[in-house]
Design a protein around this ligand. Sequence first.
Ligand SMILES: [Zn+2]
Length: 507
Amino acid sequence: MKIGIAMMSHETNTFSPVITDLDRFSAGRGEPLRGEAALKAYRGTASCLGGYIEVADKQSVDIEMGIAASAPPSGPVENAAYEYMCAAIIELAGRVDALLLDLHGAMTTKSHEDGEGELLRRIRAENPKLPIAISLDMHANITELMVSNCDVLTGYHTYPHVDMDSTAVRGANAFFAMLRGEAKPVLRWGNAPMLPHVMRQGTDDEPNRSLQARAIELEQSGSLGVSVFTGFPHADIYDAGFSVVAMTDDDADSAQAQVNEILSHAWEQRDAFVYEIEALPASMQRAKAAASVSGDGPVIVLDHYDNTASGGTMDTTEVLSAVLDAGLERVAVFGFFDPDVVEQMAAAGVGASVTVELGGKLPMPALTEQSRPLTITGEVKLISNGKFQAQVAMARGLTMNMGKSAVLSVGSVDIAIISRHIEPYDPECFRCLGMEPKAYEYVMLKSRIHYRVGFKDMAKQVIECAGRGVCTSDYSQLNFENVRRPVYPLDQDGGGANESWPLPFTD
Ligand SMILES: [Zn+2]
């Protein structure tokens, strides 16, 4: 038996102006990895592909590795990139007996709201009986097209996503049991009319901690997989929002009951998924106060309106301006996406004094208020190729590529400037640039929840700062046009979900 394994992964922020072309899926290699090169890159890593390969290696099967395409979150995927990836996977599907796919679940393209559902529909149109397993991110916006065109579906239980590999292992185990005739996975799903704020979705926090714990409990009681998807609100598509998929061994009623139970609990706690925003000046004052308290570790200043892992431009300047204006000392900043400034600094050379127009360069048509470049003068401290080996659970073993990078020192504020978007969740992103985050008084990060993987333990305190950007948690700044209405909290009645509960589910 020949098993195909492939990845097509992108979280699309439909409000983001950052272009998502094939280069973005290629990590600077020109095109995405395939075949033996992809197998070599992902075997043994803490990724979904790593999990799939681990299980497949233990079976008496041949593995054919297809395309392994993953891009940092950004705007809708260009049609050419999408068609390229779909063609590669459909071609693979025609050559194998079963398919394991690592998808994200919140991919929107220039032509399709539901990129993953459309891919699965096309695969099944040509290969109606091909067994398919998919693994999805917790931020997936689940659709009928996805669920009805696969046999096995599993999603992460953690945010930050530190269980990608075990999510794939759970799915692959159910999948191979099905292929051996030892299990008959049956899927049921449903969604709730709510858009949980991403800043309130972390699994360290309630209510998601308990919702995920209940899903794991149901799995330990015999369910093949219970996946709670908090959804990705910045993908403005019809099905955006909270959903649950349950997978049992040939017991549709039980799967349905599991879905309904968790949807009901989530809906009851919908207020706890709403994020309260603090004005930036108040956050700066709290940051200063936090630093003055004795104790080890830096104060984390979180510029969460502009994080790459949710499609941010990574170049808005409001929080950095506030940091400089407030006179914060000994600050490590990660980071700014500004290839032009990197080139300017490289041309000037290490040790040179330069005046640069940092950030604020990418127009954000989805927002009424724009960010502006920040004119600053500093010293070029370092120039680097921007590559490092990930050390934390989310990506351990993978090579990360920030592109040509530089550090600009403005007084005691050290700013990392990069040429390829990368989320700062691994302290190695600083260390490979000669900065030890623990040695600073403050660490400013353009991140929302993922920073917790590598920085939470070292932080004295975390101050969440409302800056500017397309990852805003202030929904009033965004013009939602496509999500089904009413939906909570955009609409306070949330659609009277209790009356229509349970919502229609799949067969
Ligand atoms: Zn995610």
